[in-house]
Write a protein that binds this ligand. Structure first.
Ligand SMILES: O=C(O)C(=O)C[C@H](O)[C@H](O)COP(=O)(O)O
Length: 210
């Protein structure tokens, strides 16, 4: 489903970040997260099968699943992710080239920042929703709170090092709409195809309060 970024960050308190190593895992993994209540799904472009995984998920999941691509580093990544059917894009950081490519694209970008200057640069380009990455290493909850002082018009999706225990403190901040993370789709559970356990972790994440 195609939504604007301000709507996407409101769908669920957590955006699961997936690393898909085997194409056969793509659909059951996405289905488990979706069944657990996480309807916005981010597939990182970190593996050779990532674009095919996005295509497979777009084909197989219900219409209200919002399927996007992470690890968008270059305009070429953006183009390929859009061609694969991504309905939103996430980048770990931001470059001038990426900003231009995003402005020219109909598919919305949630761009990454870790400092006030980067956030101000994106604001000047019209972006009001940003990924704060790597959240735990770049100052965590206290950094997001501090940036919200002078720049309250920015809404963040902190990602990086967050888990079920750490998420509530971020989600309690007025300038945080959702958090991202891999904790509900851990490598070991995917490798062993333990979809029920992934669904359970997704359900716990989906029930976090904002
Ligand atoms: O590949 C990307 O585009 C990324 O930016 C990285 C992921 O968002 C983080 O690595 C989240 O991973 P955890 O810290 O395990 O929750």
């Amino acid at each position: 489903m195609a939504l604007s970024i301000d709507k996407i960050v409101q769908v669920a308190p957590v955006i699961p970040v997936m690393v898909v190593e085997r194409l056969e895992d793509a659909v059951p993994l996405a289905q488990a997260l979706y069944n657990g209540g996480l309807k916005v799904l981010e597939i990182t472009l970190r593996t050779p099968v990532a674009l095919d995984a996005i295509r497979a998920m777009v084909d197989a999941l219900p219409e209200d699943a919002v399927i996007g691509a992470g690890t968008i580093v270059t305009p070429d990544d953006l183009k390929k992710a859009v061609e694969a059917g991504s309905t939103f894009l996430v980048s770990p950081g931001t470059t001038a080239e990426l900003i231009e490519a995003a402005k020219a694209s109909d598919v919305p970008l949630l761009p990454g920042i870790a400092t006030p200057s980067e956030a101000m640069n994106l604001l000047a380009h019209g972006f009001t929703h940003m990924k704060f990455f790597p959240a735990e290493s770049a100052g965590g909850v206290s950094m997001v709170k501090s940036i919200g002082g002078p720049l309250p018009q920015i809404t963040f999706c902190p990602t990086g090092g967050i888990n079920l225990a750490k998420a509530p403190e971020y989600l309690s901040l007025p300038n945080v709409a959702c958090v991202g993370g891999t904790w509900m789709a851990p490598k070991e559970l995917i490798a062993e195809k333990r979809w029920d356990e992934i669904e359970k972790l997704a359900r716990e994440a989906a029930q976090l309060a904002r």
